[in-house]
Design a protein around this ligand. Structure first.
Ligand code: C2E
Ligand code: MG
Ligand code: MG
Ligand code: MG
Length: 283
């Protein structure tokens, strides 16, 4: 358990806080050029409806292929992009690329699925965010009901701002999910009042759900609360069948995780999932 404890210690510092100022500046400069040099790409991870094992969605996950360093984790570069404001154009690229991909697949005749896109705080703070997204979805003629925006609890600390922004986004017709749910500070009051559609139970609760009865209690409570509040619920980080079966028993609607697939390139997603639209059941 030693390594795990050390890992926990580290979570008090974000990766960007641990980086030296000079490293951060270097990364910021590299990030500044990464968009025009096409160093970013997206991977897609399937989201599975547990009742039927159908693929009902995919989460777009950003990757950066740095010319010298190779693959850099989003956990490392997103905080730097966030601090520098570069996340705004990068996030816009992610949103447009993911939505366009989803539209392409609909045009190709596959059964429509929903695409989830992670928003960052800086993006969420933009007063014209809903306008920009709305215009883009109109331009590519993608029905907003096939787009889901993921925000985190910490982005709603300024309740009034968050409420107004979420109202504007909801008015477009896109879905709103709370990512990493259970790790932030949202109150029940907020859950009752915010215009959201879905909770995504954080991976940390799911990963040890069979070993740790406290985690099982948390997962089951979040799921049951979601049902009562008429919210959808997705479990993140499902890695084995035992976890999947437990979640299904709890009537968790959807799941995502290595059990079904790691995040994969678009071509692979198409070949492995869209052409079948059924999970190969690992039973
Ligand atoms: P997230 O949104 O909570 O995404 C889920 C993360 O869990 C992904 O890590 C995914 O690869 C990983 N994951 C999925 N299933 C499993 C599993 O079964 N086991 C384990 N151990 N991990 C699993 P990834 O791709 O490294 O992304 C990390 C975080 O970076 C994301 O967490 C999200 O907060 C952020 N991120 C990624 N792409 C974007 C983006 O386009 N924009 C913004 N703002 N943030 C992004
Ligand atoms: Mg996410
Ligand atoms: Mg998450
Ligand atoms: Mg997470």
């Amino acid at each position: 358990h030693h390594a795990k404890e050390q890992g926990k210690e580290c979570t008090r510092f974000t990766p960007s806080m641990q980086m030296k100022a000079s490293e951060k500046l270097k990364m910021e400069n590299d990030l500044r050029r990464a968009l025009e040099r096409n160093e970013f790409y997206l991977l897609y991870q399937p989201q599975v409806r547990l009742e039927t094992q159908e693929i009902v969605g995919m989460e777009a996950l950003l990757r950066w292929n740095h010319p010298k360093r190779g693959l850099v984790s989003p956990v490392e570069f997103i905080p730097v992009a966030e601090e520098s404001g570069l996340i705004v154009p990068i996030g816009e690229w992610v949103l447009q690329t993911a939505c366009l991909q989803n539209k392409e697949w609909q045009k190709a005749g596959y059964k429509p699925i929903c695409v989830s896109v992670n928003l960052s705080m800086r993006q969420f703070l933009q007063p014209n965010l809903a306008g920009k997204i709305g215009r883009y979805l109109e331009e590519i003629e993608l029905d907003p009901k096939f787009v889901d925006l993921e925000i985190t609890e910490s982005m709603t600390l300024d309740r009034e701002m968050a409420f107004d922004q979420l109202q504007r986004l909801k008015a477009l017709g896109v879905g709103i999910s709370i990512d990493d749910f259970g790790t932030g500070y949202s109150s029940l009051h907020y859950l009752k009042n915010m215009p959201i559609d879905r909770l995504k139970i954080d991976r940390s609760f799911v990963s040890e759900v069979m070993e740790d009865s406290n985690n099982a209690a948390i997962v089951s409570t979040i799921t049951s609360m979601a049902h009562h509040l008429k919210l959808k619920v997705t479990a993140e980080g499902v890695e084995n069948e035992e976890q999947m079966n437990f979640l299904n028993e709890q009537q968790c609607h959807e799941a995502q995780g290595y059990l079904f697939s790691r995040p994969i390139p678009a071509e692979e997603f198409e070949a492995s999932f869209l052409q079948r639209n059924l999970m190969p059941l690992p039973l």
